[in-house]
Write a new protein. Structure first.
Length: 390
């Protein structure tokens, strides 16, 4: 399995000026066929029955063949420094990104509480509004209960309601707002990225790679979405931008074998972080979910603790469907944390609150745009204020 050919180079755009890296291929080209044998052995390892002696022998053969391949990996230049986004700039973008959600909630709250006391009818109307905004039944009930205890049968302004909303949303989100921590003792720390097509998964991988490189970590990318040529090309571009080598395979190649090769290469090179892309598996496609489980099993042949994090990338615009995605991927792929993208394109940003209340999974980052600094660590208070107060 080779590193693949480099994509056609274009002029240095914005990202080229920011990062300045050049593509690097993993794998090697040899005249005696050792690279081809290594690829075949990795494929055999991935296809052997799980837990069988044949699988163990195939894994051992793949390791032997891989070690026989001459090391001709191109040196990777250091990318230009990536400056973190100013905090105030990020807060402004977060508020702008959540403006559709905030405006919808604000208009509804104003309409409910203008010249009305807080009673059973207004609380019912508010609960309906919060559920329609995808905050979830549990959170909606929590908010209306908090209002009813202190202000029942009294006058209350829309601003007062939004302040209570912000406080209750923050209480839901604070337990899940956790940073993504890379363990320096693991070389590599393996991040498996999963999610449905169109969530922004490959772009998220590129942004994470840029951030890790800016922190001085070595990074390797594995283009495991072998069913979409565009996904492979997209990841190669991110490799160029960040100065990270990219492991690729032929279109339609076995993703488990590619992941095996990538982990073996990252171990040999002492890479800090390995980011593995996967196909956009629809949660109702049994065969694709089975393949994802197989990929995890093959990784564990090389490192029983891998993957060290499995991150599910969610698209905020999908609303309630995101709840089903979390449920299925958590069960089948062992999801350990979430990243939510495209909050700037929806009035349904409240779905993150509903997901957090139901599953309690760590939320590591949120995205509000395509720019490199538009993916930032998740902060419960910032999000709550942006969604409730604006």
């Amino acid at each position: 399995m080779s590193g693949g050919s480099e994509p056609k180079k274009k002029g240095p755009g914005l990202f080229g000026r920011m990062f300045g890296g050049v593509a690097a291929k993993t794998g090697s080209q040899s005249d005696d066929g050792t690279e081809q044998r290594a690829e075949a052995a990795a494929g055999d390892a991935a296809d052997a029955p799980p837990g069988s002696a044949d699988e163990d022998r195939a894994i051992a053969a793949a390791v032997t063949e891989r070690e026989a391949v001459p090391d001709t990996v191109a040196p990777v230049p250091e990318p230009a420094a990536i400056e973190p986004a100013p905090r105030q700039g990020w807060l402004a973008r977060l508020k702008a990104g959540l403006s559709k959600t905030s405006s919808k909630l604000g208009e509804g709250i104003t309409g409910i509480f203008t010249k009305r006391k807080l009673g059973a009818e207004t609380l019912d109307d508010l609960e309906d509004l919060l559920i329609q905004a995808d905050l979830g039944v549990e959170t909606a009930t929590r908010i209306t209960s908090a209002l009813g205890k202190s202000r029942y049968d009294k006058g209350i302004s829309a601003e007062d309601v939004r302040e209570v909303l912000a406080e209750e949303v923050k209480r839901v989100l604070e337990p899940v707002a956790r940073p993504l921590v890379i363990d320096p003792a693991r070389r590599p720390h393996v991040l498996l990225m999963v999610g449905v097509n169109g969530t922004g998964k490959t772009t998220t991988i590129g942004k994470l790679a840029a951030r890790f490189r800016a922190e001085g970590k070595s990074v390797m990318l594995a283009a495991g979405d072998t069913f979409r040529a565009a996904a492979v090309a997209q990841l190669q571009v991110w490799g160029e931008r960040t100065g990270a080598p990219v492991v690729t395979g032929a279109e339609g190649a076995d993703s488990s074998g590619l992941a095996f090769e990538a982990l073996k290469s990252a171990q040999a090179q002492g890479t800090d972080v390995l980011l593995i892309d996967t196909a956009g598996r629809l949660q109702n496609k049994q065969a694709l979910m089975d393949e994802l489980e197989k990929l995890v099993r093959v990784l564990k042949k090389l490192d029983p603790t891998a993957p060290h994090d499995t991150l599910l990338v969610l698209d905020a615009t999908t609303g309630q469907n995101a709840l089903q995605q979390v449920d299925v991927f958590r069960e089948r792929a062992g999801v350990t944390g979430l990243v939510m993208t495209k909050l700037d394109g929806t009035a349904r940003g409240g779905i993150l609150v509903a997901i957090s209340a139901k599953f309690g999974l760590p939320v590591h980052a949120v995205g509000v745009g395509e720019g490199i600094s538009d993916l930032q660590p998740f902060d419960a208070r910032e999000f709550a204020r942006a969604i409730a107060v604006g």
